[in-house]
Design a protein around this ligand. Structure first.
Ligand code: SAH
Length: 329
């Protein structure tokens, strides 16, 4: 459905009537993508990053965090276990860690493809040839948030990165036939409601297949430690407006939402979301992959996270998706 910029702004600002917005987004979700909630097993396989984004807990400049990356075998084994407990999509996410070069990623993708799962990569900005090789090796989807479409703000948040380059990467990914996931954070310092409306229209305009929206949560070991951060309500409204703008895409109930409220993901599932990405990372790595503080489930196991979220989803009358759960247009 089309909404004007003004209409988006009005909905984003209207905290008083947000229940109506959530109900509308929930109705659209039900009508267009049904009651199935698709689960994606998220593997946080490396927190080593060449970038220095001001908001991020695993930025290069954070000298306190314990750095790790899984070995190739460990990553494949983690994916195998996740497939074994029923995940039909594996999301591999990391900092921009060049240890995972083109060939290593190709080998990993080929190995994991044998477990009959869809593969989503979320490993940041790389070259066209790498994206192409990984697509050919069997990767199905790519997830990379634009973070904000306010270019000045983007460049303040990382003076060494280029908004245009990130955008160009998204276009390459789309052209190569990946399902494209992108998204934003809400509540960034100096980010206005008007700018969030622009973000949503941008995501619609580039035709994302998936849009992830989460509140910014200040991390104590970053330059933005004393910022306020985003509110759950604004993040939920943003997500609900996204559902109204793009009726049939996949929209996750994000982990950052649950980190602000114990029912954050369930609230999201009842305000337009149809996807959850439970963590299937093992052991201490969960704790070390600290993008923001207060991250949930850091002491849990994959099987625990799978059954915990499964029960919560069923308790609100929804079902766990049985297929790969790609974007059905
Ligand atoms: N290197 C990959 C993965 C980044 S981490 C990439 O560039 O795509 C995944 C997402 O976590 C980021 O895109 C960002 O939107 C989010 N994130 C990072 N720091 C955060 C924070 N402090 N609060 C909330 N979300 C954060």
């Amino acid at each position: 459905m089309d909404l004007s910029r003004q209409e988006c702004i009005k909905l984003l600002k209207d905290e008083e009537n947000q229940k109506d917005l959530f109900r509308k987004a929930d109705d659209i979700r039900k009508q267009f993508v049904g009651d199935e909630v698709h689960l994606r097993g998220l593997i946080e396989f490396s927190n080593i990053c060449r970038n220095n984004c001001l908001y991020c807990g695993i930025r290069r400049g954070n000298k306190i965090v314990t750095r790790y990356h899984m070995s190739e075998e460990e990553l494949i084994e983690t994916a195998k276990k996740a497939a074994g407990i029923g995940f039909k999509t594996i999301v591999m996410q990391s900092g921009e860690d060049l240890y995972y070069d083109c060939d290593r990623m190709c080998r990993i993708i080929e190995a994991i493809k044998k477990f009959d799962v869809a593969i989503t990569l979320s490993i940041g900005e790389r070259t066209y040839n790498e994206y192409k090789a990984w697509r050919n090796a069997g990767a199905d989807r790519y997830l990379m948030r634009i973070e904000t479409t306010d270019k000045d703000l983007y460049h303040k948040l990382d003076p060494l990165m280029s908004w245009q380059h990130r955008f160009d990467c998204l276009m390459m990914i789309k052209e190569l036939g990946y399902e494209l996931g992108s998204g934003i954070m809400v509540g960034l310092p100096e980010q206005s409601i008007e700018s969030i409306a622009d973000d949503l229209l941008f995501l619609k305009n580039i035709g994302v297949d998936m849009a992830g929206i989460g509140p910014f949560i200040p991390h104590p070991q970053t330059p933005l430690a004393s910022e306020q951060g985003g509110s759950l309500n604004l993040a939920l409204r943003t997500m609900a407006v996204m559902r109204i703008l793009m009726n049939d895409i996949n929209i996750p109930a994000t982990t950052a939402m649950e980190s602000l409220h114990p029912k954050g993901r369930i609230m999201a599932l009842q305000a337009g979301a149809n996807v959850v990405m439970p963590n299937v990372t093992e052991g201490e790595y969960r704790r070390f992959y600290e993008l923001y503080p207060g991250k949930i489930c850091v002491n849990d196991t994959p099987i625990h996270c799978r059954s915990c979220i499964g029960m919560k989803i069923e308790a609100i009358g929804r079902k766990i998706g049985t297929g790969f759960g790609g974007h059905k247009k």
